[in-house]
Design a protein around this ligand. Structure first.
Ligand code: ST9
Length: 608
């Protein structure tokens, strides 16, 4: 048995019982439940087998770099996992049909992604060309539309190339230059860092890099950047035939804490005697806005990956707790009592129920966010019109990514703890999960960047429209919960929502004061991450209640079998547990916000 564990039943429960995606009007008719479940089961089967097969081995024997040939070679078994995923067509599910994709609602695309991300996230990260081609298609000129098809239908890899040694979070500090040529192409010159999948040896015939660079004379900052397409090999885009090597070379492979199967490279443009020829994407100098279409997709990938790994970690810990016999039952004399499975111990149960609540709440949250990426699906989920659906999806993205990543890291520690000392060993997957998940809070924008994005861009700049819509929708749902077993849970969530309202008002007041006294903005900056966490907890609590409401109705059916009964009872228990034991901390967060002062900013640097 390999490391992989999944919960397809819970994914299907979200898609159909909770979100009701089969009621959404699709171009090709409604989504058929049995087809969707068959897709989930088939990918689950592949994920458990050939995709997960190289997860551990490629951590122990990761990709290697040859400086003479500028080549990264991948372990054979990892390549086999990627090829299985590609050849079965899964990387094309959700991509645009014009680039060879099979169009499905984004919520289904992300549900499927969870399975491969739980099995072996690097596999997904190498197989991004169909997604890149779909995004490129939306930005391409009429001529470039055909290039998108070549990218999507050939055996190619793709990358996003933003970061430099001195331009990490601050993308606008990038120094890589773009020099215009008489034939309309550009020569790119500079060195980029932390580039995922920048080379993979013979896995792909070509790799297309989407590169942010600054045209000569363009302004400083992000707004002076343009987006260029730079292929590893030159290509005749009408036939797809490959030509000479372009002047873009990998110059280093990072040695990392985790996610070692995914090659993270330094990439040099025009530094080896051959020009790195690029083409301006869409012929508009609007690079940062263009690359953000990719970044948004990648942030969704990170949030989904975090949940996927956390889910596998929890399910591994759960099966260990059921079989590991250790200690006596506290209520039966403890030390002298007969030995029991550790699942009988109160602290293990507390830990596992906390993990379950976060896994299922975060899964519900990324699927709820994804449901707002397609107007017809959003219409059945919250009734949001297309522009509100987009605003809701935008607002939830930093929470899915930032809060999802941080929570997964914290909860994976809980999962490891269930194994005791054995969890520290490579005999079990938890130590690798923790190393592999740690990056999720760092790349694609650190948690602090997500928190600022949520507050300043997604709430303040949106004038609270998406926040207001979602709060009103949540409140209306909470008001409708009157059944005795669920009412106290709904009341606690309503209380948490009021605490968030108080935080909103406080932060807004400080922001307004900052117009006159600029230092007041520090107070908002100091509490931004706390706010991200508070919003995340509120939303998880609400998602769990929505599941509990559906479950409570389902339990009335006399035909539910014992497995279904356990599933539904677990949902109701998780919602109540989370509302009782986790949500009260929002009151503490609100109090800490009220106590925030500028003292920390005025403290001399030497005093740290
Ligand atoms: C990385 C790779 O970490 C990780 C591995 C990923 C593996 C996945 C593989 C996927 C590969 C696929 C490749 C496909 C390639 C296809 C290409 C196709 C064409 N939402 O606030 P301002 C925009 S990579 C939308 O003033 P600053 C917006 O246009 C490294 N747009 O920012 C805005 O203008 P306006 C990841 C947004 O102060 C403009 O930016 N690195 C958003 O100048 C300026 O905004 C990061 O994630 C948004 N949320 O710069 C960088 N925000 O306002 C993290 C901004 O007029 N740093 N825009 O609309 C940040 O996000 C910074 O906050 C900053 C600040 C750079 C935006």
């Amino acid at each position: 048995m390999n490391h992989y564990r999944s919960n397809v039943d819970d994914i299907a429960f979200n898609l159909f019982e909770v979100l009701g995606i089969d009621r959404a009007q699709q171009q090709d008719g409604p989504l058929d439940r049995s087809t969707v479940v068959a897709m989930l089961r088939e990918l689950d089967r592949l994920a458990a087998g050939p995709i997960a097969a190289s997860y551990t081995s490629s951590d122990r024997r990761p990709p290697a770099f040859d400086a003479n040939t500028h080549t990264v070679s991948l372990p054979e078994d990892l390549k086999a996992s990627v090829r299985t995923y590609l050849e079965a067509g899964w990387a094309h599910v959700g991509a645009d049909s014009q680039v060879g994709g099979t169009e499905v609602p984004q919520v289904l695309r992300w549900a499927l992604a969870e399975l491969v991300l739980a099995a072996n996230p690097a596999v997904y990260m190498y197989a991004t060309a169909p997604t890149s081609a779909s995004i490129f298609l939306r930005q391409a000129t009429a001529e470039q539309q055909g290039w998108a098809r070549v990218i999507g239908t050939s055996n190619w890899g793709s990358t996003m190339v933003l970061t430099e040694a001195d331009a990490g979070s601050d993308v606008g500090a990038a120094r890589t230059k773009a020099i215009p040529q008489l034939d309309g192409t550009w020569h790119i010159e500079g060195v980029k860092r932390f580039i995922t999948s920048a080379d993979s040896g013979d896995l792909f015939d070509n790799i297309v890099h989407f590169v942010l660079a600054r045209p000569q004379g363009a302004r400083a900052g992000t707004k002076g950047l343009s987006l260029f397409l730079v292929p590893k090999f030159h290509v005749d885009f009408t036939t797809g035939a490959l030509g000479e090597r372009n002047g873009v070379f990998v110059t280093n492979l990072e040695s990392k804490m985790g996610l070692k199967a995914s090659a993270t490279c330094e990439l040099a443009f025009g530094q080896h005697g051959i020009p790195a020829v690029g083409w301006l994407v869409g012929e508009t100098h609007d690079g940062v806005a263009q690359i953000f279409d990719v970044i948004e997709d990648a942030r969704m990938f990170v949030g989904t990956k975090a949940v996927a790994t956390l889910s596998a970690g929890y399910l591994n810990a759960l099966s260990y707790a059921k079989t590991r016999i250790q200690g006596g039952d506290l209520a039966h004399g403890g030390a002298t009592a007969p030995r029991v499975a550790i699942l009988r111990h109160p602290d293990v149960r507390r830990s596992l129920l906390t993990q379950k609540a976060y896994v299922e709440g975060l899964r519900a949250l990324y699927l709820f966010a994804a449901a707002h990426q397609d107007a017809p699906v959003a219409a059945v989920v919250t009734g949001a019109d297309p522009s509100m659906a987009a605003a809701i999806s935008d607002m939830l993205l930093p929470i899915v990514k930032g809060f999802g990543a941080e929570t997964a890291i914290a909860m994976l520690n809980e999962a490891l703890q269930v194994f005791g000392g054995s969890g520290y060993l490579q005999d079990y997957p938890l130590e690798q999960y923790i190393r592999d998940a740690r990056i999720d809070a760092l790349y694609e924008g650190t948690t602090a960047i997500q928190a600022q994005d949520l507050l300043f861009r997604k709430i303040v700049r949106n004038r609270g429209a998406a926040l207001g819509f979602l709060s009103a929708f949540m409140k209306a749902e909470l008001d409708q919960v009157n059944d005795p077993p669920l009412k106290p849970t709904a009341d606690r969530i309503a209380h948490a929502l009021r605490e968030i309202d108080v935080m909103n008002n406080l932060l807004l007041r400080r922001l307004t004061e900052a117009l006159e006294q600029p230092e007041q903005i520090y107070l908002v900056g100091l509490d931004a991450t706390g706010y991200l966490y508070a919003m995340g907890d509120l939303l998880v609590g609400w998602m769990l209640l929505r599941h509990a409401v559906v479950s409570s109705r389902a339990l009335v059916d006399p035909d539910v079998d014992s497995n279904e009964r356990a599933f539904f009872e677990g949902k109701i228990a998780a919602a109540a547990f989370f509302a009782d034991r986790v949500l009260p901390r929002l009151s503490a967060t609100r109090k800490t916000f009220e106590a925030t002062t500028l003292g920390i900013m005025h403290l001399p640097d030497e005093a740290f």
